[in-house]
Ligand binder design. Structure first.
Ligand code: GLC
Length: 544
């Protein structure tokens, strides 16, 4: 079936779109370095077109010392040689466009690398014009300005003896925070955005964007007092074209804030990428490494709230996976006996909702988590965690359990293309081991199998383009207390959709509403959908 290409010059095109997050380092290597590159992405555009996606969120490809795999940028307007050249990037943008696919560049406007020219200048003296691009506090070497902690462990302050000052970093010390209170810095960042707009990108994924308006003296990092002012200025000064899409990563968003960030008048961002549902399987008040079983009623209530409160007054991203999260089929599905079935169930649940769905590379194949030895991990967050927790007295085995369940490298193993050497990812030594299950789970095998997870995603994407109810329908949750069944309806005046999913290894009863008795089955992960007693992990969508 020919794919309808969305007109990306019109505001709101993303409401009918499906996005694909691509982690270039692990996607396709063409040079034998063991690290994926832009030419590799270009070589796989046909695959992405076949899947049916509309836009690619390209994880950072800018020049970087790669302390945090590119989230530490040393030049916002240059391509890291690891991934290729600016010409490769231009070719990628043009080749993607030919296939109706837009490219979103991932920018870390909250911080730069400590190797960025601005920071190197800033270190020279307190009077240097770039010094105020960063956040400094005076003080002696022994006591940081306060006890704030950094995202990857340790203090959020780093001392520079030559200046007798501390600089602020919400992430690694190699990722100093930018000072958005400085208007010249803001103008520099807007010039960066314009640089990429002029290259022809469809928009931006804005890394930890709700953390830019910080006020460390009041220990404010997220949702600082000037945040909306900054968003509006950025949008006014740098994001002039109606069709440009901005996806704001916002760990601290609640529905009220999200409505402002993604206000339909376009004065702030196009959509939020928030994580409330993702944090529901951790112990209250603890962090993600302290896991707890998922309560399905809580997940349902959380998604219901987001669906209903943003309806007609905001726009959300729909996702279970990204490059920072474990593979969903290993987390909330069953990645052994019911791998393909539960992967399809999870997709059915998500793709019936209102918002813009994001596929994270390999999710469309049902790729799973991996268990590595400590020495094999590359992610600085994982390595810091092991160091910190074992020093605090945690048993190493317990820390490894957390890493296997939650570590970011679960998502970062190379893309599984074929059953050949290194899963077809590289002819060299992959920077992170390939998951051994590539012999069974790979794109080549799934493309050949009409019943694969890949083809299921392809059908879901095409359904979302066919029926306006996916974009517009109002969400109503059914059986909120049921521990196994996740069921909801989406309704417009003309169209009605019912989505029912069994989130368990057991059979589960469902009371089919009368009006859906003769409804059409749009899609199901079972060849004979059972509308009253669903088999383990069974899912379907009915339409009338
Ligand atoms: C975001 C990115 C993550 C990165 C962090 C610091 O959360 O998704 O990968 O480590 O920001 O830039």
């Amino acid at each position: 079936m020919a794919r309808a290409v969305l007109d990306k010059t019109k505001r709101g095109w993303w409401k009918s779109a499906v996005f694909y997050e691509l982690y270039p380092r692990s996607f396709q290597d063409t040079t034998g370095t063991g690290i994926g590159d832009l030419k590799g992405v270009i070589s796989r555009l046909d695959y992405l077109e076949t899947l049916g996606i509309d836009a690619i969120w390209l994880c950072p490809i800018c020049a970087s010392p790669q302390v945090d795999n590119g989230y530490d940028i040393s030049d916002f307007c240059a391509i890291d040689p690891l991934f290729g050249t600016m010409q490769d990037m231009e070719t990628l943008i043009a080749e993607a466009k030919k296939r109706g696919i837009g490219i979103l560049v991932d920018l870390t406007l909250n911080h730069s690398s400590n190797q960025h020219r601005w920071f190197r200048e800033a270190l020279k003296s307190r009077d240097n014009p770039f010094h105020d691009y960063y956040v400094w506090r005076d003080g002696g070497p022994d006591t940081p300005p306060n006890d704030m902690r950094a995202g990857f462990g340790g203090s959020a302050w780093e001392y520079v003896p030559e200046l007798g000052q501390w600089y602020f970093h919400q992430f690694a010390p190699e990722q100093p925070d930018l000072n958005w209170d400085n208007p010249t810095l803001r103008q520099e960042l807007y010039r960066v955005l314009r640089f990429w707009v002029d290259k022809g990108v469809a928009g931006f994924r804005l890394d930890v964007i709700d953390q830019i308006a910080k006020d460390p003296d009041r220990k404010i990092t997220i949702n600082g007092p000037r945040l909306h002012e900054f968003f509006r200025e950025m949008s006014r000064e740098a994001l002039l074209e109606e069709g440009l899409v901005t996806v704001g990563e916002a760990w601290g968003a609640d529905t009220q804030r999200a409505k402002l960030y993604s206000t339909p008048d376009g004065s702030e961002l196009s959509m939020v990428f928030q994580f409330e549902h993702i944090g529901l399987d951790q112990q209250p008040g603890k962090d993600k490494w302290d896991m707890a079983p998922l309560s399905l009623p809580r997940l349902k209530d959380c998604l219901r709230r987001w669906q209903q409160e943003l309806h007609n007054c905001g726009w959300n991203s729909l996702f279970f996976n990204n490059h920072d999260l474990p593979r969903i089929v290993s987390r909330w599905g069953n990645d052994r006996q019911y791998r393909a079935k539960s992967a399809k169930m999870l997709a059915t649940m998500l793709y019936g909702l209102q918002g813009t769905p994001y596929i994270y590379q390999g999710e469309e194949l049902g790729m799973t988590n991996i268990r590595l030895e400590l020495e094999q991990y590359q992610d600085l967050e994982t390595l810091n965690l092991f160091r910190e927790r074992t020093a605090q007295g945690y048993a190493p085995e317990a820390v490894m359990e957390s890493i296997w369940a939650r570590g970011r490298d679960n998502a970062r193993t190379p893309m599984q293309w074929t059953a050949g050497e290194n899963a077809g990812f590289t002819t060299g030594t992959p920077w992170l081991p390939v998951n051994e299950n590539y012999l069974q789970i790979n794109a080549e095998a799934e493309l050949a199998d009409p019943d694969s997870v890949f083809h299921y995603y392809q059908r879901l994407i095409s359904l979302r383009k066919t029926y306006p109810v996916f974009r517009d329908g109002y969400f109503t949750l059914l059986c909120p207390e049921d521990e196994r069944i996740f069921a909801y309806t989406r309704d417009t005046e003309q169209e009605h959709l019912l989505v029912v999913c069994n989130f368990s290894d057991e059979q589960a009863a469902f009371d089919l509403p009368e009006e859906y008795r003769d409804a059409q089955v749009l899609i199901s992960n079972d060849s004979q959908p059972e509308t009253r007693t669903l088999r383990p992990w069974e899912a379907w969508m009915l339409y009338r």
